[in-house]
Design a protein around this ligand. Structure first.
Ligand SMILES: Cc1cc2nc3c(=O)[nH]c(=O)nc-3n(C[C@H](O)[C@H](O)[C@H](O)COP(=O)(O)OP(=O)(O)OC[C@H]3O[C@@H](n4cnc5c(N)ncnc54)[C@H](O)[C@@H]3O)c2cc1C
Length: 329
């Protein structure tokens, strides 16, 4: 590990001042960043510990919920308001990692965790994300876990977070603070597709700090679920995951939200499927049409063609089960 300095931020202004220094990185629970430092993939010169900041979950005047970036994953998943009003989010968090990691991991760090592409972690391999312009060994390599949607010749990595798939479906917003002030950004716009610059993973500006995530009032609590398909029943990243929420009015689909994990460089909001579902009867054939619409642009690599069929089946099965669910809220 390369030597580095460590500072614990006393407050937000202090964090921003330290975060503006050259070579600085914010430190959440460290469950991803410290691994990357040990593997010599990340080399921050200064770690700015922000785990003492933004630790509250608060109701918003509009009826939503604001989750501080420093709130631990375990605390979010266990919060009574999250469990009752946003069960999709609690389920997604609990589907990820292990209890020990969730006890350490923060909301901000989970959002900004890096890909699990093996070529990104292997400094003997070519990786445009780690060394821009180097090339990508995953494209012609062992690419079973890689992207089927929105990838580019420069990068086929996926975003690994479960929590983020739920946040995309719930239409969350992210609060960012920089030295020039704060701004709100739609969660769906935070992460980028790789294009020519896969090393630029989000819309964050240098030194910007995530301070909160805000959930809008409607959590589709009555009929929502997170479904994750993975190689092992626990402690494994998603091959494909689906966050779904459905409102039915007399068997007809009203509001619907669908987002996919494990398939793209960012949490993938399934807009084409949603458009194919709204106002239609909640039947298996309509769900299948919607899945086809979403996956029409999917492009397999050598080893991950199975993900297209898997995603199709998981979308359809999840929606069928949701449509049969008795409203609980
Ligand atoms: C063995 C293992 C299995 C796992 N399995 C899963 C899984 O199945 N599903 C899943 O979703 N995740 C999984 N994870 C990943 C885990 O969820 C992440 O490591 C964790 O959420 C990262 O949070 P953290 O607070 O520890 O982030 P850190 O490691 O501290 O930071 C991650 C990144 O976020 C930045 N950062 C942190 N806080 C802020 C902030 N407030 N503002 C701006 N930047 C910030 C850091 O600079 C860093 O770049 C697994 C991890 C491990 C080690």
């Amino acid at each position: 590990m390369t030597p580095f300095l460590y500072e614990r931020a006393a407050d937000r202004q202090g964090a921003l001042a330290l975060g503006a220094r050259a070579g600085a990185s914010y430190l959440g629970g460290g469950t991803n960043l410290v691994d990357l430092m040990r593997e010599t993939i990340a080399h921050p010169e200064l770690l700015v510990d922000v785990t003492g900041l933004s630790r509250e979950i608060e109701d918003t005047p509009e009826g939503g919920l604001r989750i501080g970036a420093g709130v631990k994953n375990t605390a979010v998943a266990g919060d009574r308001r999250v469990r009752q009003r946003y069960p999709l989010l609690a389920q997604a968090i609990l589907a990820g990692a292990s209890a020990q990691i969730r006890n350490m991991a923060t909301t901000g760090g989970n959002i900004l965790q890096r890909t699990r592409c093996a070529y990104f972690y292997d400094d003997a391999a070519r990786c445009n994300k780690r060394a821009p312009g180097a090339g990508c060994d995953a494209v012609e390599g062992f690419n079973r876990i890689h992207a089927i949607l929105g990838a580019s010749p420069a990068c086929v990595a996926t975003h690994p977070s479960d929590m983020c798939v739920a946040l995309a479906a719930l239409e969350a917003t992210v609060t960012l603070e920089g030295q020039d002030g704060g701004r709100e950004i739609a969660f769906a716009d935070l992460h980028r597709l790789p294009g020519e610059t896969p090393e630029v993973e989000t819309q964050l500006r240098p030194g910007e700090l995530i301070t909160a995530v805000t959930l809008p009032p409607n959590g589709l609590a009555a009929r929502s679920t997170y479904r994750k398909v993975r190689d092992r029943a626990s402690y494994a990243f998603a091959l494909v995951s689906v966050a779904a929420g459905l409102e039915l009015e007399g068997g007809v689909i009203g509001d619907v939200r669908l987002a996919l994990g494990g398939v793209a460089h960012k949490p993938w909001r399934a807009h084409a499927a949603e458009a194919a579902l709204k106002g239609r009867p909640a039947t298996e054939s309509v769900f299948r049409e919607a899945a086809e619409a979403e996956l029409a642009p999917a492009r397999p690599l050598r080893d991950n063609g199975f993900k297209i069929e898997l995603a199709r089946r998981v979308i359809v099965d999840t929606l069928v089960k949701l449509a049969r669910t008795e409203e609980t809220v």
